[in-house]
Design a protein around this ligand. Structure first.
Ligand SMILES: Cc1cc2nc3c(=O)[nH]c(=O)nc-3n(C[C@H](O)[C@H](O)[C@H](O)COP(=O)(O)OP(=O)(O)OC[C@H]3O[C@@H](n4cnc5c(N)ncnc54)[C@H](O)[C@@H]3O)c2cc1C
Ligand code: SF4
Length: 348
């Protein structure tokens, strides 16, 4: 287990990191391992629980039981429905990396040229950091991608429109053994369960790399700790929240911090800031909570095709999304999904 018992916490940390997804885990790992003196004390507060390899459910009943809700605050998946957007995310040590599709591509240069980004953020400026993250997440293309039926399907379609399918870089481990953080990982079996949680230990979630790195550097990790608001004090911050001992039992806490890193995901970080403005008089921008957008632009479906992409199923069907017909994900969105729809998703 990576997390410590809640009653072992200190009264104050130099850095309190809220959330253990990519934003929180990477920041905590870099702060805890920074070559500075004196060494700062760092802790991570994660509202979800720790999900060791082998603990992910593999049945429809299990997924339903793991849906996070008011009465089930330790659930793994959170589905938030707003007027114009719905958001699915993970809740647990490792954040949404526990249940995402492992695709690790760099954004196009043009993304940074869209209005709204700070001028200092350019692809060129960030490229060394992307390389470092790719190295730590052990990103690589599927070594046998060209042999996968769905990649062949994508290649056929790509050729029809004058291109070729690219094999996506994935945060997946394809060889058995200890990774650079000393965590033993098995090789990917291609089971396709990435989005419901990898029980093989092949998926390079943050639980396999950045979180062990943070812990090695001295960061203290606490789970089942939900931050509700933050308050500015004369010499730093007070972090207020609840320690969720079980699904039905919780206790309030306040923790002192020199600095707070808010990395609870775009929705929940916004929620904490808005609540802090209301309850703790924190000054925030009036733009906070506006201009959200999704990253999946559309889905395209095909069925009754000439080729079966998965010999286990009778019907040939495909799903392509985000207008990227020439890209493929290595194993689909999960065997369970395929079982339910008799179809084969073709990309992330
Ligand atoms: C099904 C699915 C598939 C995806 N596939 C891909 C993909 O293939 N490639 C890709 O690049 N992206 C993918 N994504 C998106 C990607 O996973 C997210 O963009 C990324 O995880 C966001 O990182 P984050 O650190 O901002 O937030 P998160 O990873 O969501 O982490 C936030 C953490 O903060 C915790 N938290 C929230 N509120 C509190 C609180 N009040 N107190 C304490 N802790 C709190 C949460 O429990 C969570 O652990 C996918 C997402 C989903 C849902
Ligand atoms: S395909 Fe299976 S073994 Fe491979 S990373 Fe996904 S869940 Fe793990």
């Amino acid at each position: 287990m990576l997390s410590k018992k809640w009653n072992e916490r200190r009264e104050r940390y130099d850095f309190v990191v809220i959330g253990s997804g990519y934003g929180g885990a990477i920041t905590a790992a870099r702060l805890a391992n920074a070559n500075v003196s004196p060494k700062p004390s760092v802790c991570i507060l994660e509202r979800g629980k720790e999900w060791p390899v082998g603990s992910f459910s593999n049945s429809a009943e299990g997924y339903a039981a793991n849906l996070r809700a008011d009465g089930n605050p330790l659930g793994l998946y959170e589905l938030l429905n707003f007027d114009q957007i719905s958001v699915l995310k993970g809740s647990g040590l490792g954040g949404t990396s526990l249940v995402n599709a492992n695709v690790a591509i760099r954004p196009d240069k043009e993304i940074f040229e869209l209005g709204g980004w700070p001028k200092a953020l350019t692809l060129a400026e960030l490229s060394d950091y992307y390389a470092l993250a790719e190295e730590t997440l052990n990103v690589m293309a599927h070594p046998r991608a060209a042999a996968l039926a769905k990649v062949q399907a994508l290649e056929r379609r790509a050729v029809q429109i004058g291109g070729h399918a690219q094999h996506l870089p994935l945060a997946v481990n394809f060889t058995k053994g200890p990774n650079p953080q000393g965590v033993h990982q098995e090789a990917c079996t291609g089971c396709g369960d990435c989005v419901t949680g990898c029980n093989v230990s092949a998926k390079n979630t943050l639980y396999m790399n950045y979180l062990p790195l943070a812990q090695k550097g001295g960061a203290e990790i606490f789970t089942q700790v939900k931050v509700e608001s933050i308050e500015k004090t004369a010499d730093g911050w007070l972090v207020h929240g609840r320690w969720q001992e079980t699904n039905s039992k919780s206790k309030k806490f306040s923790l002192a911090a020199g600095n707070v890193i808010l990395a609870a995901g775009s929705i929940n970080s916004t929620e904490i800031l808005l609540r802090s403005a209301e309850l703790r008089k924190l000054s925030v921008s009036p733009a906070l909570g506006t201009r959200f957008g999704g990253n999946g632009d559309f889905f395209g479906l095909s069925y009754n095709g000439d080729h079966n992409h998965n010999p286990r199923f009778r019907y040939a069907a495909g799903v392509a999304c985000r207008g990227r017909p020439a890209w493929s994900h290595h194993c689909g969105h999960g065997a369970a999904q395929q079982r339910r729809y008799d179809s084969q998703p073709l990309c992330d």
